[in-house]
Design a protein around this ligand. Structure first.
Ligand code: MG
Length: 390
């Protein structure tokens, strides 16, 4: 009857780009929790054919895409596509109300630009798109009247503190950071840590690249740039605090000195769900924070000696232009090498720093220009990496 009609009226069609990754899988949990409110109309994965097929079987999207593998999935009622064309179609999917961009790395920029060019609201979990091409992404969103809905937990926290208004005034943003898996390892022992150690994040379960970026705090540097773009903040208006408990997901300070914080147990399901339901809040099946058990919450300044990648990121944030793009490319090359056991943990920062110092400034005015800067920086980082291994 009426309840059914009301629910039907608020049905949102969602295209999930990066459905087999950590965020994509959690997004499907959210969609599955409220089948009368959300529908996955398109799913796109990079190369995990088996998981994509299982997801397509369970969620019955109209379109399922495998971007970089040539395998076919046969399911009645589901159209299957491969390659770049399929990827672009899923990003700009006609029937989608919201496109969740949950691919990692530079690839997120193309996904976000495709979706925004089609006038789609973008739930943005990919931070690199704003780091590398924030100017392009924001001006396209503005031009098309499309929304950018933050999914990164810190930026969702800020968004919540600003009552879901990205343009609301504030005096400062206080971004919290866990400090990563190696926060208690003595600095002199950092050269000896293994990828396995660096991958044991104390509070969050995420993909490998971002977990290493949390250990180095390159991730937090990216998030500073992300906050500058999303909320029109100056670098001087953002403070980063190491907060071991990961209960305060970030805070906003206002002109009168009042500070609002968003708290909760560490889970990406809340920011994902909120990007779909805002300003409405629905149950997320998360346990409540047990404040009495927690006792104290701790906040500390960032130790610059422990986190050289964070300092490199801040200097790129200050310089702007293509520096953040070069930083990101060098970071991807260095972290992959560390994950393969080719370099020491402390060489991640060294490779990024050398790549930055050897890369000329380029143009950040178009996707093509950024893609060229990205590939040149990767090539340079690979050369530096080879020298470091030899
Ligand atoms: Mg985050």
């Amino acid at each position: 009857g009426r309840a059914y009609n009301r629910k039907r009226g608020s049905m949102k069609n969602i295209s999930v780009i990066g459905s087999t990754g950590s965020i994509g899988r959690q997004a499907l949990e959210v969609i599955g929790r409220y089948p009368d409110r959300f529908r996955a109309v398109a799913l796109c994965a990079n190369e995990s054919a088996e998981l994509l097929a299982a997801q397509a079987g369970a969620f019955r999207p109209e379109l399922a895409v495998l971007r970089s593998a040539d395998k076919n999935i046969s399911l009645p009622g589901v159209r299957f596509a491969c390659g770049e064309e399929g990827f672009e179609e899923a990003c700009a999917y006609l029937a989608a109300d919201i496109v969740l961009v949950a691919v990692s790395g530079f690839a997120g920029l193309k996904a976000a630009l495709c979706a925004l060019a089609a006038g789609k609201d973008v739930a943005l979990a990919n931070k690199e798109s704003l780091v590398v091409g924030g100017g392009l992404v924001l001006s396209l969103a503005e031009k098309k009247g499309a929304r950018i809905l933050p999914v990164d937990s810190e930026h969702s926290a800020v968004w919540q503190c600003l009552h879901f208004d990205r343009k609301a005034p504030f005096s400062r943003i206080l971004l919290t950071a866990s400090g990563g898996a190696l926060r208690d390892v003595p600095i002199e022992k950092l050269p000896c840590v293994t990828a396995k150690q660096a991958l044991c994040h104390p509070n969050w379960k995420m993909g490998a690249k971002i977990t290493i970026d949390c250990a180095t705090m390159l991730n937090k540097g990216f998030e500073v740039m992300e906050a500058m773009h999303l909320y029109g903040a100056k670098l001087s208006q953002i403070e980063v605090l190491v907060h071991r408990e990961s209960v305060v997901h970030s805070m906003v300070e206002f002109a009168d000195g009042a500070v609002l914080a968003q708290m909760g147990v560490p889970s990406m399901e809340l920011p994902i769900q909120l990007a779909f339901t805002w300003p409405e809040r629905l149950s997320c099946d998360l346990p409540p924070v047990d404040f009495a058990k927690l006792g104290a919450l701790h906040f500390e300044e960032v130790d610059k000696k422990r986190y050289p990648c964070f300092s490199l990121a801040l200097s790129c944030a200050e310089k702007g232009g293509t520096y953040p793009c070069i930083l990101n490319a060098a970071g991807e090359v260095a972290v992959q090498a560390f994950l393969r056991g080719q370099i020491k943990y402390t060489q991640i920062a060294e490779i990024i720093e050398s790549t930055l110092s050897q890369s000329p400034e380029g143009s950040a005015e178009s996707y093509a220009a950024l893609a060229e800067t990205d590939s040149l920086a990767r090539a340079r980082a690979q050369t530096i990496l080879k020298g470091a291994i030899a």
